[in-house]
Design a protein around this ligand. Structure first.
Ligand code: AMP
Ligand code: MN
Ligand code: MN
Length: 327
């Protein structure tokens, strides 16, 4: 008997299928893109030919060099139906952005994710927050299938894992993370070269945006909360792209005494996206979940139907309430 929702259950589902659509969350990061491209290679290695990769937005700059990234299509390209839809690094259809509306609603779905979620969507659901990255689950899928990732797949998995573990600095890094990564290095991945490309290369636009966000940083009177703001005009004026904001707010969280940092990004006058980054003393999930978002204890997010000012008041109040309850 194959245990339900296991690596074996996923492989069993792959066995008899011929066509697949792979997708991942809106505003994809290195884990979303790396996991998708590595799973695509696993399926190819297994002799599957019909594999479509689709994302609601273009892959971020730090992933643009990954092998076959150009094969990922956007939500405007018509998609066929497939034997399986595979949702990566996300556990609800609502996280897929514009892609969600393009998918045949009755297509069976396999969900592979590491975000905590008590009601994930999908017919086969492997959602396990003990993994530091979705890429770790894909690396285990290779092992379970008896396959060895080729150099290109190893690169994609390595990028997935270093992005989500902050190069093994975040508390989601485990012995398993390092064991899986050891195999990727053995497959030829050059750690120095990859981190140079992923973490230490930025456009001038991104740098200018970073300066703006850091200059706008504010700290609450008690020193426990830091926040900053971004407006639509910042992108035109600096030439930066929205994904250039990824993890910029981590600097706020790093300030002595700060337990949680928030970036408020105004999308339009009635929509604001928030990014939360917290130290282990503060759990960001309940704050994000209160506003229908989610994530991890140390990094969570949500999109609010509010102006930036309203979102700022609502979120800061919520955080202060939680701090009051837990101290
Ligand atoms: P971000 O601040 O956008 O980098 O997101 C931090 C973490 O929270 C990531 O793991 C995201 O996948 C997750 N996250 C962000 N926004 C949402 C949302 N609206 N719903 C669920 N998870 C989210
Ligand atoms: Mn992700
Ligand atoms: Mn992830």
């Amino acid at each position: 008997m194959i245990p339900p929702n296991s690596l074996d259950a996923i492989l069993e589902a792959f066995r008899s299928a011929t066509s697949f659509i792979l997708t991942a969350h809106i505003n994809p990061d290195g884990d979303a893109v790396g996991s998708m491209l590595a799973l695509r290679r696993l399926l190819l290695q297994w002799g599957k030919e019909e594999i479509h990769c689709v994302l609601s937005n273009v892959a971020p700059e730090e992933c643009q060099w990954l092998p076959d990234v150009e094969r990922i299509v956007g939500p405007d390209v018509p998609l066929p139906s497939a034997d399986w839809l595979i949702m990566l690094d996300a556990s609800r259809r609502t996280r897929l952005g514009a892609v969600a509306d393009k998918l045949h609603p009755s297509m069976p779905m396999i969900t592979i994710d590491h975000h905590a979620d008590d009601a994930p969507h999908g017919d086969i659901v492997l959602v396990d927050p003990s993994y530091g990255a979705c890429g770790e689950i894909i690396a285990e899928l290779y092992q379970q299938a008896g396959l060895v990732p080729d150099y290109e797949a190893a690169l994609c998995l390595y990028v997935a894992i270093i992005t989500d573990t902050g190069s093994f600095q975040f508390p989601n890094t485990s012995a398993r993370t390092h064991r899986l990564v050891a195999d990727l290095l053995a497959a030829g991945v050059d750690a120095g070269e990859v981190s140079g490309r992923v973490f230490h290369t930025m456009s001038r636009g991104r740098f200018t945006l970073m300066v703006r966000v850091l200059q706008r940083l504010q700290i609450s009177g008690d020193g426990r909360i830091a926040w900053s703001e971004v407006f639509p005009g910042d992108f035109n004026e600096t030439g930066a792209r929205p994904e250039d904001l990824n993890n910029l707010i981590n600097y706020g969280r790093d300030i002595d005494g700060v337990e949680v940092a928030v970036l408020f990004r105004s999308i339009d006058p009635t929509t604001t996206k928030i990014s939360l980054r917290a130290r282990p003393s503060f759990n960001a999930i309940p704050v994000a979940a209160y506003f229908d978002g989610g994530g991890h204890p140390g990094a969570a997010g949500a999109t609010l139907n509010m102006s930036l000012g309203e979102a700022r008041r609502a979120i800061l109040t919520r955080i202060q309430d939680y701090m009051g309850e837990t101290t």
